[in-house]
Design a protein around this ligand. Structure first.
Ligand SMILES: *[C@@H]1O[C@H](CO)[C@@H](O)[C@H](O)[C@H]1NC(C)=O
Ligand SMILES: *[C@@H]1O[C@H](CO)[C@@H](O)[C@H](O)[C@H]1NC(C)=O
Ligand SMILES: *[C@@H]1O[C@H](CO)[C@@H](O)[C@H](O)[C@H]1NC(C)=O
Ligand SMILES: *[C@@H]1O[C@H](CO)[C@@H](O)[C@H](O)[C@H]1NC(C)=O
Ligand SMILES: *[C@@H]1O[C@H](CO)[C@@H](O)[C@H](O)[C@H]1NC(C)=O
Ligand SMILES: *[C@@H]1O[C@H](CO)[C@@H](O)[C@H](O)[C@H]1NC(C)=O
Length: 697
């Protein structure tokens, strides 16, 4: 059975996957988990899929897999149907039947049939790379539109609620709540015991969850026990505009925060009912400044709004415009990525919300107590591998997404690292690994005991800095932080050619001496500094580093190649070893052409002989791989072998679209090439690296 469901406003469909056993279609495919509301490390709601799960067959979950109560019913001529979540304990309901799922870069759209009405459920998580205010609003849209499917008129009411699971990782904690009623209706729920900058099970224990909609005469609300509020709607199709004020634990008679919308008599498609869901806190980030002092940082949107309520109000009224911007962004991504291939466009679409959902844009309050919009810093949570803040080797793989969408966001991600190290508090001569062990505390590492990846991070900082300037012509980073950049380069000059025993970014694979791929990164880092010196007018330094890098490439080749010359080794002298030499990507990105074409030819030929159905293994130590590094490799070798490029894309595509029972996690970048099973990582921003092919011109 093949469905061809065209969803209005989503542009041309690419590929329609048919899943006749499920009874619904997925376009472009069934991902391991569908992004629903994914905008910050703490607003991260997904629908786990496995082999395919309808919107009303499971509860949405936080990225960790814990439940986020989010329920929806539609009543048609008096009969209620569940369309969202898996609520039980309510009499007289049926289940709507899902017809389709489609995702784009910013939207996940479900169509379900509830008797004689079709309901379109749109989850829009805006990606607003050019608007710091809008990108920093920690809210996401749910939009609901009904249409008759038998040409006749029907009475339709809609119901949705969220539970207090949106505010805590611990269901035994007590929450309290309010509803504010005005031009907009806003449910606000928070932990009674707030704990600043503290997480429990990766949820922040500070701030509030919000569920809001515009007021109309046909909108009602209620707060109370889940089964009571839901039964109220199912039986009466209207809520009571009341709140239960017995504040209690999240799981104690599960308080829910509900809205009902009466659409009246429906024939043609209705204007969407729009609901905002979000989580806001203030301050958002704790950041170390000079002399060990700590600074509170707030989300950028505070520069424009004096309360969360006014921010939500603006967010709700902006829906039509936000949708138009999202559609334009989705179309651009689709059109750019489709020039590579249809499979590639699908991978990119799935990766973008996940990348942007790991960052928060912040400002400080200036010495004059006004918001200082000249002091912008972006913070990124590593997510799942650990909770580190602004991990350099996590920003590096994600970098293509920022270069593509707006390189200035990349600069704002690097600034916290540069500024902190410029205070002189970090004691090591190489680049720091991260800004803090646990988000959202960016407290640095004054003891120098951060995870040691000296070559990796020093090379990364130099490469990202130069690529930022090449895209923007903005010299501010290199003029302000010349000293640090040169210090890291001197470290690379000493250490890059013969890498000591150390870990690379792929720390899960263990440490190793003489890593061929690490040497590549270090050598390109030296060359990047040569370019930076030239931009700063320092010809002596430019010549020195250019000649050192060139000489290292000459010395590196015989060390790095297997004796028979068929491939690069994983580590010098181990002829039977090999690995993805994804660091060559930087040579292409920066246009430095340091490494001879023969190296690219050799690698392209070699990978073609070792690809499994789900891609090329990371290296000879294991059969697993990384999706980001495969896309870096595909980009690197795209002009050498389009066939290999497409094979690498297919490997990642086969994995992301496999719809395996065992894989229900927000897209994991680390997986098994033999069977497509996911390894430990999920929801990480490194999938921004899937955009690598879009940033090489
Ligand atoms: C809820 O708890 C917060 C945090 O302790 C407190 O500031 C607020 O006043 C409480 N609200 C209500 C309605 O009790
Ligand atoms: C509000 O509900 C009434 C009663 O169901 C209906 O007649 C009317 O069309 C609805 N109005 C809007 C704006 O949806
Ligand atoms: C940060 O904000 C908290 C909560 O408002 C406050 O108690 C603390 O003093 C602030 N810290 C600084 C350094 O301003
Ligand atoms: C605002 O931030 C910039 C950049 O950090 C800084 O130079 C400036 O002094 C700050 N202004 C105030 C008023 O604090
Ligand atoms: C080139 O750079 C290296 C590493 O910083 C330094 O040791 C050397 O003295 C420099 N040579 C010249 C000619 O500047
Ligand atoms: C690393 O490679 C160099 C050059 O081949 C060699 O001299 C050195 O022994 C190697 N180090 C280790 C730990 O194998």
């Amino acid at each position: 059975m093949r469905f061809k469901q065209l969803i209005p406003g989503l542009g041309a469909l690419t590929l329609i996957a048919s899943h006749s056993s499920l009874g619904w279609s997925a376009s472009p495919f069934i991902p391991p988990s569908v992004p629903l509301a994914v905008r910050t490390p703490y607003l991260s709601a997904w629908l786990p899929q496995g082999a395919g799960t309808a919107l009303n067959d499971a509860w949405p979950t936080f990225w960790t897999g814990s439940t986020l109560g989010w329920a929806g019913y539609i009543a048609v001529d008096g009969q209620a149907y569940t369309f969202l979540g898996d609520p039980g304990g309510v009499d007289g309901t049926e289940k709507a039947l899902q017809k389709s799922l489609q995702f784009t870069a910013t939207q996940s759209v479900f169509v379900l049939t509830a008797g004689t009405i079709d309901l379109t459920v749109t989850f829009l998580s805006p990606v607003e790379p050019d608007d710091l205010v809008k990108q920093s609003l920690p809210f996401s849209y749910l939009a609901l539109s009904a249409v008759s499917n038998d040409g006749k008129a029907h009475s339709v009411q809609l119901y949705t609620d969220i539970s207090a699971e949106w505010v805590s990782g611990d269901d035994s904690l007590t929450v309290n709540w309010t509803i504010s009623v005005g031009d907009i209706l806003v449910h606000q729920v928070q932990l009674e015991d707030q704990s600043l900058f503290t997480e429990a099970s990766d949820h922040i224990q500070h701030g509030s969850a919000y569920y809001a909609t515009e007021w109309s005469a046909n909108t009602t609300y209620q707060i109370g026990q889940d089964v009571i509020v839901r039964q109220q709607f199912v039986s009466s199709r209207i809520l009571r505009n009341t709140q239960d004020t017995a504040y209690r634990a999240v799981s104690d008679d599960w308080p829910v925060f509900a809205f009902a919308h009466d659409l009246g008599i429906v024939t043609g498609a209705t204007t969407p009912i729009v609901i905002a869901v979000g989580h806001a806190r203030d301050p958002a980030i704790e950041y170390i400044i000079a002399g060990g002092a700590l600074q509170n940082r707030s989300l950028y949107f505070w520069s424009q709004f004096s309360s969360v309520g006014s921010a939500i109000s603006s967010f709700l009224t902006d829906y039509t415009a936000a949708l138009a911007r999202a559609q334009a962004f989705d179309s651009k991504v689709q059109s750019d990525a489709s020039k590579i291939s249809t499979e590639y466009a699908a991978i990119v679409a799935l990766s973008i919300r996940q990348t942007f959902g790991a960052i928060e844009i912040t400002i400080s309050s200036g010495s004059n107590k006004q918001w200082n919009t000249s002091d912008v810093m972006v913070f990124m949570k590593e997510i799942s591998s650990d909770g580190n803040v602004n991990t350099v080797d996590v920003i590096f793989p994600a970098w293509p997404a920022f270069l593509y969408a707006n390189p200035t966001l990349g600069k704002y991600l690097l600034l916290p690292l540069f500024e902190y190290q410029a205070t002189g508090q970090y004691p090591n001569k190489w680049s720091i690994h991260d800004m803090g062990a646990s988000y959202p505390k960016a407290l640095g590492h004054n003891d120098g005991n951060d995870e040691p990846m000296p070559l990796e991070e020093s090379g990364n900082m130099l490469i990202m800095t130069l690529s930022y300037i090449q895209k923007t012509q903005d010299f501010s980073l290199i003029s302000r932080y010349t000293g640090l950049l040169d210090q890291w380069t001197q470290f690379l000059v000493a250490e890059a050619l013969i890498p000591a025993n150390q870990i690379s970014t792929d720390d899960f694979a263990g440490s190793l001496a003489n890593q061929t791929n690490l040497a590549i990164k270090g050598i390109i880092g030296i060359r990047a500094m040569a370019e930076i010196a030239s931009l700063l007018g320092d010809d002596t330094k430019n010549k020195n580093y250019t000649s050192i890098a060139a000489s290292y490439v000459q010395q590196w080749q015989p060390l790095a190649l297997s004796k028979d010359g068929t491939h690069l080794t994983l580590s010098y002298g181990n002829d039977r070893s090999w690995g993805l030499a994804y660091n060559l990507f930087a040579d292409r990105l920066l246009g430095t052409n340091l490494f001879p074409q023969s190296i690219y030819d050799i690698e392209a030929a070699w990978y073609a002989t070792v690809a499994d159905s789900f891609g090329v293994p990371l290296d000879t130590r294991h059969t697993y791989t990384k999706s980001d590094w495969q896309m870096f490799t595909a980009a690197t070798l795209a002009t050498t072998s389009a066939t290999l490029r497409d094979a690498l894309i297919s490997g990642v595509h086969n994995y992301a679209s496999a719809a395996l029972e065992s894989n229900s996690e927000p897209l994991g970048d680390w997986y098994e090439t033999l069977n497509g099973d996911v390894e430990g990582f999920r929801a990480r921003p490194v999938v921004g690296g899937h955009l690598a092919l879009l940033v090489l011109s």
